[in-house]
Design a protein around this ligand. Structure first.
Ligand code: 5GP
Ligand code: ZN
Length: 111
């Protein structure tokens, strides 16, 4: 499968990893949109959230996001979690991923 994030998981493509366990990988986004911009992904390939049916894994991903936000010291000041699902939402990489964004004032509604 020609998936860029699977290649990052397999270390075929380098990335700046910030967290890893047997189920999840988190790494710095290559094109950061905020001072903190981390992608949290399941190691198992799912195209997007529509294909994900593993409640425990989805819950675990959010626990990891929370831990990274705390480790970065942005849990109190605030952070945003974004998951773009399919084309109209702006998904460009079809291995599901959660953006953790922090370190600047966020706008609402999102663009
Ligand atoms: P999407 O638009 O699908 O929600 O987000 C895809 C994200 O993946 C983008 O923020 C983009 O910068 C990031 N990205 C794409 N290719 C790579 C890569 O090879 N390495 C890293 N670290 N991030 C990537
Ligand atoms: Zn993949």
């Amino acid at each position: 499968m020609n998936c860029v994030f699977c290649k990052i998981i397999n270390k075929e493509i380098p990335s700046r990893i910030v967290y890893e366990d047997d189920k999840v990988l988190a790494f710095e986004d290559i094109n950061p949109q905020a001072p903190t911009h981390i992608l949290v992904i399941p190691k198992k390939h799912f195209s997007n959230l529509v294909d994900m049916d593993d409640k425990e894994l989805i819950g675990h991903i959010f626990m990891v996001i929370k831990k990274i936000a705390k480790d970065r010291g942005v849990d109190e000041r605030g952070f945003r979690v974004v998951m773009n699902c399919n084309s109209e939402a702006g998904q460009t990489v079809y291995h599901t991923h959660f953006h953790l964004l922090a370190g600047r004032k966020m706008h609402w509604p999102p663009g």
